[in-house]
Design a binder for this molecule. Structure first.
Ligand SMILES: [Zn+2]
Ligand SMILES: [Zn+2]
Length: 242
């Protein structure tokens, strides 16, 4: 088993105890065969916590040092947040470092934070969710050098609304899935959704539709921000479906 979405203490929203070494120790206890570390890189983030970016030169130095003695393979990754006004900066950032795994995610909309719910003010559920999905599509079409699309459909997590109606957003979701397939990118199965939505991201209908359209590539990630969450809910993924 592999976990390909993990945040260490380098990410400002992760536990201070979440070191590379601590995750490796936990991975051995769980019988995981490899880990991919994917700390955050959001350019011009609305959330003040992320304004000071990670020093990736120092990060990679630290990672390479740990890699030398790690008993299991560890891989260098990153989770990049898409925003339209910094698309060129995102592309050059990805090219600058030797990442083996790039998760493309949408964390901000209209330069507003989802977490603080600022984005949702004055919008209906359908309007807000539609903007989110359209931005995901734009991200996939705009950015080239990524591996997988992160936590598609996690939007209800921070919204003051309940989960979305798949049929209502089916057209844009089809466009997203077709864009991933066309660009030969993976769809991430992100298990952090089991905490709030009691399901993985994305929901089952989306995974089945991706397969129906010919999608084959999946990555699996816990989105752990603490060592205890490594590989969380992996056993709840209905793997027989896909
Ligand atoms: Zn994310
Ligand atoms: Zn993440």
């Amino acid at each position: 088993m592999k976990d390909t979405h993990i945040h260490t203490h380098y990410s400002k929203d992760a536990s201070r105890d979440a070191t590379f070494e601590a995750y490796i120790k936990k991975a051995l206890a769980l019988g995981f065969t490899s880990l991919t570390f994917t700390d955050h890189h959001d350019i011009d983030p609305a959330h003040p916590l992320f304004r000071e970016p990670i020093d990736f030169d120092a990060y990679i130095k630290d990672f390479n040092q740990v890699k030398k003695t790690s008993p299991i393979p560890i891989h260098l990754g990153v989770e990049v947040g898409y925003q339209r006004h910094v698309k060129e900066e995102i592309q050059s950032f990805i090219k600058k470092y030797p990442f083996e795994h790039v998760i493309l995610s949408v964390h901000y909309l209209e330069k507003k934070d989802l977490y603080t719910q600022e984005f949702f003010k004055g919008k209906t559920k359908e309007e807000a969710y539609d903007i989110y999905f359209k931005t995901c599509l734009e991200a996939i079409e705009t950015i080239d050098n990524f591996t997988t699309f992160g936590h598609l459909d996690y939007i209800p997590r921070y919204a003051p609304f309940d989960d979305y109606d798949y049929d209502y957003h089916k057209v844009v979701i089809d466009d997203i899935l077709n864009a991933l397939i066309k660009k030969e990118k993976a769809l991430e199965i992100n298990t952090s959704g089991f905490i709030t939505e009691k399901r993985q991201y994305p929901k089952e209908e989306v995974i089945l539709r991706y397969l129906e359209l010919g999608g084959k590539k999946f990555t699996y990630g816990s989105d752990a921000h603490d060592v205890k969450d490594l590989g969380r809910y992996f056993k709840d993924i209905k793997r027989d479906l896909f």
